[in-house]
Structures are given as structure tokens and as C-alpha cells.
Write a protein that binds this ligand. Structure first.
Ligand SMILES: NC(=O)c1ccc[n+]([C@@H]2O[C@H](COP(=O)([O-])OP(=O)(O)OC[C@H]3O[C@@H](n4cnc5c(N)ncnc54)[C@H](O)[C@@H]3O)[C@@H](O)[C@H]2O)c1
Length: 395
């Protein structure tokens, strides 16, 4: 594509805007430079001139299909979008400035002009949809969680990613929050040593259920949605949880009474204690029942230092730069701590550079499956259960 003069000119024009935009006029921002870029004084560098041809599926309650800014990335051409519901499909077309749509993901994946798909559909269908995309020879990024309450689904997904050799990424937002990003950089540089202990928390109080496609959120076991929390260990260390004991709590909400939900689940809150492959422990939770509390956060405590937020406390003399990478010009940082744009950028760059994305299938399953086992433990009153391991085979 870089040899195509039209694409090349368009692309260089966009870049031209950036270099001009890097100059400030009377303190006013110039079009093309994001607020974050100005703040950090760093300029985004493209890794390629090529545009990846992307399809986007899902414009539900969270409007997630358009929320990651693919439509604003200079290396992306949105070929087509889809949602089963016609009004949502229209909304997604408008939000992505795309004039082509399909009635379903199943039809969209047949378009030979599309090489990568963002799956922002309902969680219970993520695995089925991702497998459909991969089996049609396309890379895939999925909203969390990677799998929904099923270890069998995890095996099927892993087999498909390995067989096709295509890129798979889970868009776990905590992984690009400023604190978690910084923790990962410092961990990699040895600033913590082994983690003695870590904590990840996803509190989302709601006494009445949030409706979603076919009501999948109503009565959902809390730790089937564990990744905002587990990212604060797996997303920092790339190490694993090996076993778990979990306690469930019932806050008395209607949707969690016996027979009131399709999961036969009574827990509004689940708190799990994991053993880690470093020999430490990790407390991860998802709670819906704590009055008014809505936040995603975590902390890490290591042999050489600890972090709660973006400030390091420890004995490391030299620390790496923990500033998050700059975004392409004009691309919004997006929600969940400004993680959305960086996740989309990471997925696109992994395709352009032909490398593994940050949250590949092994990391995605290592963040998701432990929550499924934790729920099983909660059902057995905290019995300690072993966790299946997802480790990338050595090349
Ligand atoms: N912080 C985060 O990472 C975060 C936050 C919110 C939501 N999410 C995730 O984002 C995803 C979307 O969330 P939501 O609340 O918008 O979901 P939703 O259930 O409200 O909407 C899902 C949409 O997918 C569409 N869809 C389903 N099957 C389809 C198919 N075969 N073809 C085309 N369209 C199809 C439905 O019509 C619906 O509009 C969920 O998986 C959720 O877990 C993640």
C-alpha cells in the first residue's frame, strides 16, 4: 500500500499536519496535536505508511465500536461496520464516518477487503465471534472478557489463534491506565523484584441491573468479568495465577435472588485470593454491592518497592520512563483512564510490525480464566482450586 501514490499522499499530508501542529501559536493548540501530546511534549512516530483495512462490529449500550478511535487513526481505513440492530448500525456508520455496513458480523467477515476486525459485541459471544473472524483469515481485537464463564471456550479460542497464526488481542483497559502501564515498565526494569502481593479492584455498584444485548449482564457472576482487576498482576508481570480461593457475597438485590437470573448466580460480590507463579499472593475482586463505589484500580508490592498510583516507592536507583506513549495526531485518548486510543494503536502497530500485541491470547486467557475458576471456588465456599495455565510455547 505504501507504493500506492494516493494512500502515500494522504498519509504524508496527515503527517505534515502533525509537524506543523507541533508548533504552538500564542499558546493555543493547533489542530492535529492531541492534548496529551502537548502535555508530554512527545510526538507520535508512525511505524509504517500503510493503512490497515478494519471492520468494526458492535454499537451497544457502551457504544464501544466507535469508542477506541480506530476511525481517527492515520494507519486505519474503516472498510465496513456492523450491528444486528439497524439503528445501532446506522449510529456506528455515522460515528465511524463509514458508508458501508453489513447486517451481521457473520456477513461482514466474508468481505475480502477487510483484514482486521474489532469485536465490540456482547461478552457471551466474544469467543464465537473471534473464532469466526480468525477462521476468515482476519486479525481480531476483542472487548473484554476474552471468554465468558467457560474454560472450554478458552481452549477453542487458543486452538484457533495457534492454528491461524493471526493476531489476537484483548482490549483490557487497565493495561493502558497510567498506573498499570508504569507498574509494568518498572517491573520489567527490576524495580519491584518479585511481587510479594498485589491487589486489583473493579467496584461497580448497581442495585438494578444494567440491561445489555439479551440481558447478559443481569445476574452475571462478578468474577466472570475479572480482567480490570487481574490486569494489576498479569498485566504488570506476565506471570500467572496458579490457584485460588474465593468468597462470594449477596447484597440482596432482586436480580440475585434464587431463580432470578439465567446463571443461577446469587453473588453480587466476589473477592478472590490467588497464589502466583512467583510464590506470592494476589487479592482480586469484582464488587457490585458496595454502596456508591465505582472505580477500577490496583496496587503492587514487591521485594524492592511498591506502587499505589503512579508514584514509585522503593530502592531502585534508576527508573525507566513510565510516560505512556503518545497518540497519533487527532486521535482521542478515550475513556477508562485514557486507555482506549492506546489499545487501538497497539493492535494496529502489532499488525504493521508483525509482532505479538501486548495482550495476546496467552495474556488474555491468563487474565480471564482465573476469574471463572474463582467463581467455582466461591460456589464451593472458598475451596482452593487449581487454575489452568496459558503459557506461550517456546519457539
Ligand atoms: N472497560 C472495558 O473494557 C469495557 C467497558 C464497557 C464494556 N466493555 C465490553 O464491551 C462490549 C460491548 O459492551 P456493550 O455494553 O456495548 O454491549 P451490549 O450487549 O449492549 O451490545 C452488544 C452489541 O453487539 C451487537 N451484536 C451482537 N451480535 C452481533 C452480530 N453477530 N453481528 C453484529 N452485531 C452483533 C448487538 O446488536 C449489540 O448492539 C462488551 O463485551 C463489554 O464487556 C468493556
Amino acid at each position: 500500500m505504501s507504493s500506492n501514490p494516493i494512500y502515500r499522499r494522504e498519509f504524508l499530508e496527515k503527517l505534515g499536519k502533525v509537524s506543523l501542529g507541533a508548533v504552538m501559536a500564542g499558546g493555543l493548540p493547533i489542530q492535529g496535536v492531541s492534548a496529551r501530546e502537548q502535555q508530554e511534549g512527545r510526538k507520535w512516530e508512525p511505524v509504517s505508511e500503510r493503512k490497515v483495512r478494519v471492520g468494526i462490529v458492535g454499537y451497544g449500550v457502551c457504544r464501544f465500536g466507535a469508542a477506541f478511535g480506530f476511525q481517527d487513526h492515520p494507519n486505519v481505513d474503516i472498510v465496513a461496520v456492523s450491528d444486528l440492530i439497524p439503528e445501532r448500525r446506522q449510529g456506528l456508520m455515522k460515528a465511524c464516518r463509514c458508508d458501508k455496513s453489513y447486517e451481521s458480523l457473520e456477513v461482514l467477515v466474508k468481505d475480502p477487503g477487510i483484514e482486521a476486525v474489532f469485536v465490540a459485541t456482547d461478552a457471551p459471544n466474544h469467543v464465537r465471534h473471534c473464532i469466526e473472524v480468525l477462521n476468515h483469515g482476519k486479525h481480531v481485537m476483542t472487548a473484554v472478557p476474552a471468554v465468558f464463564g467457560s474454560i472450554e471456550q478458552a481452549e477453542q479460542l487458543l486452538e484457533t489463534v495457534q492454528r491461524t497464526g493471526l493476531k489476537y488481542m484483548m482490549a483490557e483497559t487497565s493495561c493502558f491506565r497510567a498506573d498499570c502501564y508504569g507498574m509494568r515498565k518498572i517491573y520489567e526494569a527490576g524495580g519491584f523484584g518479585r511481587l510479594v502481593y498485589s491487589e486489583g479492584e473493579y467496584y461497580h455498584y448497581h442495585s438494578t441491573p444494567i440491561d445489555s444485548f439479551k440481558g447478559w449482564r443481569i445476574g452475571m457472576p462478578p468474577l466472570w468479568y475479572p480482567t480490570h482487576s487481574t490486569a494489576y498482576y498479569v498485566g504488570v508481570t506476565s506471570k500467572r495465577f496458579t490457584s485460588v480461593s474465593c468468597i462470594g457475597f449477596n447484597a440482596g438485590f432482586q436480580a440475585y435472588r434464587p431463580g432470578a437470573n439465567k446463571y443461577d448466580n446469587r453473588f453480587t460480590d466476589e473477592v478472590a485470593l490467588f497464589k502466583t507463579s512467583e510464590g506470592g499472593s494476589s487479592r482480586m475482586l469484582m464488587c457490585k454491592g458496595i454502596q456508591s463505589l465505582i472505580v477500577e484500580r490496583g496496587r503492587v508490592f514487591g521485594e524492592r518497592g511498591w506502587m499505589d498510583g503512579t508514584e514509585y516507592h522503593g530502592i531502585a536507583k534508576k527508573l525507566p520512563d513510565i510516560t505512556r506513549p503518545p497518540l497519533p495526531p487527532g486521535m482521542p485518548a478515550g475513556g477508562h483512564g485514557g486507555s482506549h486510543g492506546l489499545l487501538a494503536n497497539e493492535f494496529i502497530n502489532s499488525i504493521l510490525e508483525n509482532r505479538e500485541p501486548l495482550v495476546n491470547v496467552y495474556e488474555a486467557l491468563a487474565m480471564t480464566v482465573p476469574g471463572i475458576v474463582a467463581h467455582q471456588s466461591a460456589l464451593r465456599d472458598g475451596e482452593t482450586l487449581k487454575i489452568p495455565q496459558y503459557v506461550r510455547p517456546k519457539a
